[in-house]
Design a protein around this ligand. Structure first.
Ligand SMILES: C[S@@+](CC[C@H](N)C(=O)[O-])C[C@H]1O[C@@H](n2cnc3c(N)ncnc32)[C@H](O)[C@@H]1O
Length: 302
């Protein structure tokens, strides 16, 4: 049902392959004010691979850039572009649009970018350096959960859009759910540390589950659409191969988040090697049916 609905909504298929194109202009490294983002801000190495794998896992599952029925956009903004994978696909899918990728970390120098893609370095905790009602599309994925007072961003994001433009807001509900039984002590111990750490940073790791309500109550959009993708930790939980793959990627990706917090913040981040081992044992337990839900929304500005 999900796949046929998606085909109906948008026929164009986003291509995954990055072709040869001019290299991204190298960005002078700039000091960005402290933010709650817990992971390395450099988009090199392990963190870069983690983000790219997630992007490609999602793209393989969706088979398109977005379900929003976007037509002839001229200005597209991605806030929190990470490795630039989504922005490159947007620039390729809409070659006559100008795409701006924005992040506090520069795009990787090795990225094969496109002539209609530019990068802007910024901190989203500060006012956006754009005129109101500039963009036809604003995309923000896995970023809102790292911003304090996320509810305030709905109005800020809406103000960037032209009337009729699309806000593509996407996040996980960073909570493991088990369809069949209570969560075990390993996951509980990890969550105690992780949630406390995120709470101390003033951010909401469960914001994904609130997106639809936040968008609806803002009264800034004529339509608010959402799909929820269950990312299973146990491949036996689903027969859908793309979902199995996405679940596997998510599992290793969130493991990377915990390792990142452990490395960057140390024991005060609430995650120790022992806690991590307990978590790993439980998420890999073939008797369990654990999943994390990914919430993808697309909303049309009034
Ligand atoms: C989890 S990554 C997601 C990257 C990309 N959207 C994706 O889906 O692969 C979060 C990104 O948000 C950026 N970020 C987090 N907080 C930020 C802030 N306050 N200002 C600017 N960028 C921020 C990080 O640098 C990182 O690239």
């Amino acid at each position: 049902m999900f796949k046929s609905a998606s085909r109906r909504l948008m026929g164009s298929q986003a291509t995954l392959a990055l072709g040869r194109a001019p290299k991204a202009p190298s960005q002078p490294p700039k000091i960005v004010e402290k933010t709650p983002y817990p992971l390395p801000t450099s988009s090199r190495g392990v963190e870069r691979r983690r983000l790219d794998d997630m992007h490609h896992g999602i793209a393989r599952y969706l088979k398109q850039l977005t379900f929003a029925p976007i037509e002839n956009p001229s200005q597209i903004l991605e806030l929190g572009s990470g490795t630039g994978a989504w922005s490159v696909e947007a620039a390729r899918t809409f070659p006559s649009a100008e795409v701006i990728a924005a992040d506090m970390s520069p795009l990787p120098e090795t990225l094969n970018t496109l002539p209609n893609l530019t990068f802007k370095q910024m901190n989203f905790l500060e006012p956006f350096p754009f005129r109101p009602e500039t963009f036809d599309v604003v995309h923000m994925r896995f970023v809102l959960m790292h911003l304090p007072q996320p509810d305030n961003y709905i109005h800020r994001l809406a103000s960037l859009l032209r009337p009729g433009g699309w806000l593509l807001l996407e996040d996980v509900n960073h909570t493991l759910l088990d369809a069949n039984r209570p969560i075990g002590p390993g996951v509980q111990a990890l969550y105690r540390g992780y949630r406390e750490h995120m709470h101390n940073q003033g951010v909401d790791p469960g914001v994904g589950a609130r997106l639809k309500k936040m968008l609806e109550t803002s009264k800034k959009f004529t339509e608010v659409n959402e799909i929820v993708i269950p990312c299973y930790m146990n491949p036996n939980s689903t027969e859908d191969l793309a979902l199995q793959e996405l679940g596997e990627i998510l599992k290793y990706s969130i493991d990377g988040v915990y390792v990142g917090i452990m490395d960057k913040v140390g024991p005060t981040g609430g995650i120790t090697p022992e806690i991590l081992r307990g978590w790993r044992k439980e998420v890999n337990d073939p008797e369990r049916d654990l999943r994390i839900d990914m919430h993808l929304t697309w909303s049309r500005k009034l």
